[in-house]
Design a protein around this ligand. Structure first.
Ligand SMILES: *[C@@H]1O[C@H](CO)[C@@H](O)[C@H](O)[C@H]1NC(C)=O
Ligand SMILES: *[C@@H]1O[C@H](CO)[C@@H](O)[C@H](O)[C@H]1NC(C)=O
Ligand SMILES: *[C@@H]1O[C@H](CO)[C@@H](O)[C@H](O)[C@H]1NC(C)=O
Length: 433
């Protein structure tokens, strides 16, 4: 009797569950919103590695880890399934990540774990943007037991030594300290080899580095200038009205007037067809550091396009010029560089000069967009679903994992020629000017 009642209840549950599922499926299968992103081609690691002279690395597979899991914001299984069914879930781009969650600084945690021995990461020739004061930097990481320092007394016992190889003083042929055998050294650089100081080619640096940490996708620790995060909720704005209010065509903020990428020639050519207002050293408009907020505001309100042209055509070299336009600025970036933009960044959120046969051809396209508020607005709207995030924390988390990795000392992973890794065969002459 009782058993039968139980069975009946169970049957009702199962029935209800199946019904719910059907209803959900029906909802899911409704035509995807027109704005749905087309998924990226999955990464072909082999191809990537062949393309970039890859040193065999136990951590190479994980360089792409930030993009492993891309979510469209809302968490919870319902939204996950919804996004999955709509094909939005996985866009394997190493540049798209999730916000890091910093747990509150808890005195209880400090009390309990403060004395747990942490591995020290020493930063040599510390770049000004790298805050090594923050003892708590690692609290958002999966492996938290690291600390950052640039105190020379901590050097010898450090598990890892990070050297910003682009900014080592010229006279520093080799740091005046030795390398402990079980210490790993990490060569960090965010500069393109074309305008970098080449300190890493000083003979004293040969063979000492175990890992690379840079914007290159084939770095041991991927450390791009920026990454994108899909916003939790897409903003609600009248993008058509924004488009209609724009009065100016294109802006370019620039201080370096003769570059490896010959972008100045490209812009000159472009200017024959459309207006490009040049701000900074190389043009008539001013935009000092102090006014940078005002200039950003101009992009946001007046300009339709921003020329995010890189100064160097080097592998994966993409800078804040590009990433900054994603951070709540209503302007469409026009990119020119040697990163694989079309593969890694959300399609339909930027314009790539590489997709046009000539500056004239690009100008025609920009003019067409400028006169079509709806098409223009659609790009803005798609772009506005993302924002930019800093990447240092993630890179340091990765390093903390590496120094804790149990296999670490059973492998000999080092770069015999770091200069060659950074420089050889990575920069190319532009072919479009
Ligand atoms: C740009 O700034 C300089 C010095 O700050 C000033 O002399 C010059 O007139 C400014 N040019 C324009 C176009 O505002
Ligand atoms: C992007 O904008 C948000 C909100 O305005 C800000 O908190 C964040 O620091 C910005 N990110 C970058 C990389 O500038
Ligand atoms: C780091 O590089 C050195 C060579 O400078 C090498 O002897 C050592 O085994 C490497 N360590 C690891 C963990 O790969």
């Amino acid at each position: 009797m009782r058993r039968r009642r139980l069975l009946r209840i169970f049957a009702v549950f199962v029935g209800a569950w199946i019904l719910l599922c059907c209803a959900n499926l029906f909802l899911f299968l409704s035509p995807p919103a027109p704005d749905t992103m087309t998924p990226y081609q999955p990464l072909d690691d082999v191809e990537l590695q062949q393309q970039r002279h890859k040193t065999a690395s136990p951590h190479s597979g994980s360089t792409l880890s930030p993009g492993d899991e891309l979510s469209a914001g809302q968490s919870g299984w319902f939204h996950k399934i919804l996004r999955y069914v709509r094909g939005e879930e996985k866009i394997p781009s190493p540049y798209i990540t999730k916000p890091m969650e910093f747990p509150p600084k808890s005195s209880l945690r400090n009390y309990l774990f403060g004395s747990v021995s942490k591995k020290t990461i020493f930063v040599f020739s510390r770049p000004p943007w790298m805050n090594v004061q923050a003892e708590d930097d690692f609290r958002a990481c999966a492996v938290k037991t690291c600390k950052l320092t640039s105190d020379y007394f901590a050097l010898y016992k450090s598990a890892a030594v990070v050297v910003d190889v682009s900014h080592v003083p010229r006279n520093q042929y080799r740091p005046s300290f030795g390398k402990r055998p079980d210490q790993v050294w990490v060569a960090l650089s965010q500069e393109a080899p074309t305008h970098c100081c080449h300190s890493y080619s000083f003979p004293g640096w040969a063979g000492v580095f175990n890992f690379t940490m840079s914007y290159r996708l084939d770095s041991d620790i991927f450390f791009p200038v920026g990454m994108l995060i899909r916003k939790e909720l897409p903003p609600r704005k009248n993008y058509v009205a924004i488009a209609a209010r724009k009065t100016k065509m294109a802006a370019w903020f620039v201080s370096n007037c003769r570059t490896q990428s010959k972008r100045e020639l490209y812009v000159k050519e472009l200017q024959k067809h459309i207006d490009v207002d040049v701000f900074g050293q190389c043009g008539p408009y001013n935009c000092s550091k102090a006014e940078s907020e005002r200039c950003r505001e101009l992009l946001h309100t007046d300009y339709r396009f921003y020329l995010a042209f890189e100064n160097s055509f080097c592998l994966d070299y993409v800078t804040e010029k590009f990433f900054d336009t994603y951070n709540n600025t209503d302007v469409i970036p026009v990119v020119r560089g040697h990163a694989d933009y079309d593969r890694y960044f959300p399609p339909g959120t930027f314009i790539n000069t590489a997709d046009f046969s000539s500056p004239a051809d690009l100008a025609t396209h920009l003019k067409a967009l400028a006169s079509d508020a709806y098409r223009y607005a659609a790009i803005l709207e798609r772009k506005d679903r993302y924002e930019t995030t800093y990447t240092l924390d993630q890179a340091l988390c990765k390093l903390c994992e590496i120094v804790h990795s149990p296999e670490l000392n059973s492998q000999d992973h080092h770069h015999t020629d770091i200069a060659e890794w950074f420089e050889s065969d990575v920069c190319f002459d532009p072919e479009d000017v």
